[in-house]
Design a protein around this ligand. Structure first.
Ligand code: NAD
Length: 474
């Protein structure tokens, strides 16, 4: 393995370095590589909002990385630290992520410099509606062209305001509700969208655990049952990941790191109790049933089987990477491991499941939601009863021939799949399939040294194929 020492780069440069290494494993013309790497366009807005009698000014961006497929797709992030560079890097990741998991969208991302904790609901609604209006004016929100979703600092509430603002301005767009995904169910959202990214993370990790060769590479044996995990960030992605790992897979969540410190208990923490505590107190400090550490980031360096960074980019960098003791890093956040840290960790034998694959669950289920919005019907509405009736006939025929079926099986067959079952099934299938492609590429290609490069190479190949098949120029 190369021992080159890298300087820490910006998020955008980190993404580009991975792109360069992955594209070198493919036969790609220089011109096409250039097209696939750069952002198509970035729109910057600055707008005023009157707050408590004073005018405050807000700045935000929506970047479109690739329009090889439309609409382009990607979340909107609210954070006081968001920058144009970050938004562009995240838009690029969206292009590669969608391609990798076969979601037919281009890549986009938005960001607004705002601290949502600073303002009450009414003010956040006004800020969001104004930001949405600025983007709608230029078609940076439109069900056929650009479809945002939640990201850090935003959720179903903001998506509902954005959808409503769009429909006020485009009253004749019959597909208006498809202008944004991650909406509440009452506004044609889809069951399972809120948990989708976290659930997708777990489905991806489960698929990794199904392959003995891959487990061995990380020095891990057996299943997720009893494995120790540390999770950074108990927000949307981190909470669902931790909760599902704990309740469905029997993993032990031994550490939870939040913005105000960390909690540790090697016997296992209660994710639900901590989540409730955070909602009431705004952080983990003061939680009574675990040891508290003020320096949360130091807990990233504790011994564990599985480390799940689910908060910010660059959480694991060249300075702390040499001290990381986890065997497997499940990148739930976008860009949580810098390029330089990746090199150090691989030299130590740490295996990383990369973000462009592992947190794709959100966009996969967003794709299902968008299809639901365009088709104006919930999944399973036409077929569920029919399936149940068919199963009923089959069971009766078996029973008439003297076969007694177990009650739990009869119940499952007689209920039929609801929307949530179908969404989870589609998500699980997409995650399994994508990981199998990544590991196949990794194990069969000498020059590919990580899942990250394998995933990026597959993504670039798929995007470039789309450009080549339809022609680069309109
Ligand atoms: P969120 O805002 O719901 O949660 C982020 C959590 O991290 C919060 O609980 C916050 O308090 C915590 N946090 C902030 N600073 C921290 C610090 N220094 N140390 C520890 N914790 C800290 O955001 P989210 O939607 O869960 O997104 C998290 C990450 O996942 C981001 O990188 C985002 O881009 C990525 N992601 C999100 C989705 C999605 O569907 N929401 C999809 C794909 C990727």
């Amino acid at each position: 393995m190369a021992t080159t020492v890298y300087q820490e780069k910006s998020f955008r440069e980190n993404v580009n370095l991975v792109f360069d290494i992955a594209s070198a494993t493919l036969e790609l013309s220089e011109g096409l590589a250039y097209v696939l790497k750069g952002a198509y366009n970035v729109y910057q807005v600055r707008f005023p909002v009157k707050i408590n009698g004073k005018i405050e000014s807000f700045i935000g961006w929506r970047a479109v990385h690739s329009e090889h497929k439309l609409p382009t797709k990607g979340g909107i992030r609210y954070s006081p630290l968001v920058t144009q560079d970050e938004v562009e890097a995240l838009a690029a990741l969206m292009t590669y992520k969608c391609a990798l998991v076969d979601v037919p969208f281009g890549g986009s991302k938005g960001g607004l410099v705002v601290d949502p904790k600073k303002y009450d609901d009414d003010i956040m609604e006004r800020i969001t509606r104004r930001f949405a209006f600025e983007l709608i004016k230029k078609d940076y929100i439109n069900p056929a062209i650009n479809v945002p979703a939640p990201d850090m600092g935003t959720g179903p509430r903001e998506m509902a305001w954005i959808a409503d603002t769009y429909m006020q301005h485009r009253t004749d767009d019959i597909n208006g509700l498809g202008c944004v995904t991650g909406k509440p169910l009452s506004l044609s959202g889809i069951s399972g969208r809120t948990e989708a990214t976290g659930r997708g993370v777990v489905y991806g990790v489960r698929e990794f655990f199904r392959h003995a060769e891959d487990r061995e590479k990380a020095g891990i044996e057996g299943t997720l049952e009893g494995k120790s995990a540390i999770v950074q960030g108990l927000g949307n992605v981190g909470y669902h990941t931790a909760k599902i790992l704990e309740s469905e897979d029997g993993a032990k969540i031994i550490g939870i790191i939040e913005h105000d410190g960390a909690l540790m208990d090697r016997n296992g923490l209660s994710v639900e109790k901590i989540n409730t505590y955070i909602k009431e107190h705004g952080g983990v400090k003061g939680f009574p049933d675990a040891e508290y550490f003020e320096d949360g980031s130091a807990i990233l360096e504790e011994e564990c089987d599985l480390l799940v960074p689910a908060a910010l980019e660059g959480a694991i960098h060249m300075e702390n990477a040499p001290r990381i003791k986890a065997k497997l890093i499940a990148e739930a956040a976008n860009g949580p491991v810098t390029f330089g840290a990746d090199v150090i960790l691989r030299q130590k034998g740490v295996v990383m499941i990369p973000d462009i694959f592992l947190n794709a669950g959100g966009v996969i289920v967003s794709y299902f939601e968008w299809i639901k919005n365009l088709s104006h019907i919930r999944f399973g509405r036409l077929t569920r009863r029919h399936e149940v009736n068919q199963n009923d006939l089959l069971l009766k025929a078996l029973e008439n021939n003297g076969h007694k079926m177990p009650v739990d099986l009869v119940e499952k067959l007689c209920n039929g799949p609801n929307e949530l079952d179908l969404v989870r099934s589609g998500l699980d299938d997409s995650m399994r399939e994508a990981f199998q492609q990544i590991r196949d590429r990794y194990w069969s290609h000498d020059k590919i040294e990580s899942y990250r490069i394998a995933a990026m190479a597959i993504a670039i190949e798929k995007v470039s194929l789309s450009y080549q098949d339809r022609g680069v120029y309109p």
